[in-house]
Design a protein around this ligand. Structure first.
Ligand code: NDP
Length: 383
């Protein structure tokens, strides 16, 4: 039996992970679970899985969590310190599934345990970049990519040398607005943006998928996870989300990973790695799918992938600034404060205002993130 902790247990990735664990109760013991403010759901899950520790990031919800856990013997904690304690609770595997840069400090705390971290929280890697990869190296941690595209690439790479790779292609669904005109994009609402055609995900990543920032963040994520160089990373739009990414080798062979658009497949790949486990997914029916289509991305209507590539090329603090500006813009869009097309425009303006020097520690990254958020918020005032 292996032990596991889940950071972001009440979210979409958290629920999919716990669904798999529920089906394999003999294989896993859950040590710690965390949430932001959803204390009721967290307490319910903590009791169901008999965990040692439950943590709410929002400390104002700690009394509610304590009350909901009364008599259970489960320790309750709050705040970033509590999240980091949950990440350091000694589990064999920690699933990093908090949304946004809020997950960075606990993900780093998990890496410092030198065990296995299954990473969904792409914003943390985008922001911390080399600082996180250096910590993985220093503490001898195993970082497994849980994001479907990166998990696909990880599977296709197998034991092959990065020097044998000619190109890695990330597939993108194109999101709900793939065929929309610029005028339609200007008028897109939050309700329309969170309705993804293929995937059932949290609100933030759904908006990122609609703007294509999700693919931009993933490009930077892939650049850190798979050291083949930025010029060997490409993106193709594939509306059916069946091919999850491809690796092309120097001999002309391309390997792709295919599967249903259900995150339980890449999560199961991480949970069982380096072996395999059962999931409730039906087999792919290629004849029923009949057709898989692919298109070049349109970086005029969707500038996010261009902005992400430019941020990666600029290096240093630029990806952290891009991520922070995007988080603020997405929250403002979801709150009805700005139009959909202002998200990318605001990110571009924050980046154009200048980027600090490269971070060399977690504190540096958090300071850069904080500063970029202030600048992004100031832009919101200038509607
Ligand atoms: P959700 O919004 O569904 O869940 C987010 C989780 O993080 C919840 O448990 C939430 O708690 C918690 N949380 C939110 N804000 C904070 C905070 N400030 N501090 C601590 N915890 C917080 O997100 P998803 O599950 O969709 O995504 C999680 C991560 O996984 C993201 O980085 C996303 O990009 C990535 N990912 C998601 C995929 C998907 O299919 N959903 C696919 C690939 C990657 P509470 O419920 O209390 O608010």
């Amino acid at each position: 039996m292996r032990t596991i902790s889940i950071l972001g247990a009440t979210g979409s990735i958290g629920a999919s992970t716990l669904d798999l664990i529920r089906r394999n109760r003999d294989a896993w013991r859950v040590v710690a679970l965390t949430a932001n403010g959803n204390a009721a759901e967290l307490a319910r899950l903590a009791r169901e899985f008999g965990v040692e520790m439950a943590v709410v990031a929002d400390e104002t919800r700690l009394p509610e969590l304590r009350e909901a856990l009364a008599g259970s013997g489960i320790a309750a904690a709050g705040g970033v310190e509590g999240l980091c304690a949950a990440a350091a609770a000694g589990a064999d595997m920690t699933v990093a599934a908090i949304v946004g840069c809020a997950g960075l400090a606990p993900t780093m705390a998990a890496i410092e345990q030198g065990k296995t971290v299954a990473l969904a929280n792409k914003e943390a890697l985008v922001s911390a970049g080399d600082v996180m990869m250096a910590a993985v190296e220093r503490y001898g941690a195993t970082l497994l990519p849980l994001d479907s595209e990166h998990n696909a690439i990880f599977q296709c790479l197998g034991a092959n040398a990065p020097t044998d790779v000619r190109r890695i292609t990330l597939t993108a669904s194109g999101g709900p607005f793939r065929t929309w005109t610029q005028e339609q994009l200007d008028a897109a609402t939050p309700a329309q943006a969170v309705k993804h055609p293929n995937w059932d995900m949290g609100a933030k990543i759904s908006v990122d998928s609609a703007t294509m920032f999700n693919k931009g963040l993933e490009l930077i994520e892939a650049w850190h996870l798979f050291p083949v160089g930025l010029d060997r990373l490409s993106i193709v739009v594939h509306p059916q989300s069946v091919v999850h990414s491809l690796v092309e080798y120097r001999d002309g062979s391309s390997l792709a990973q295919l599967g249903p658009s259900d995150m339980r497949v890449p999560i199961a790949s991480c949970l069982a790695w380096p072996q395999r486990m059962d999931t409730p997914m039906p087999s792919l029916d290629l004849a029923a799918l009949a057709e898989l289509t692919f298109f070049a991305p349109d970086e005029v209507r969707f500038p996010a992938t261009r902005l992400a590539r430019e941020a990666a090329q600029a290096g240093g603090a630029a990806p952290a600034v891009l991520n922070a500006a995007n988080e603020i813009a997405v929250a403002a869009f979801l709150a009805g404060q700005i139009r959909f097309t202002r998200i990318a425009a605001n990110v571009e303006r924050v980046l154009a205002a200048g980027v600090p020097s490269a971070p060399s520690s977690l504190d540096d990254v958090l300071a850069i993130d904080h500063e970029a958020r202030l600048r992004a918020r100031a832009l919101l005032e200038q509607a």
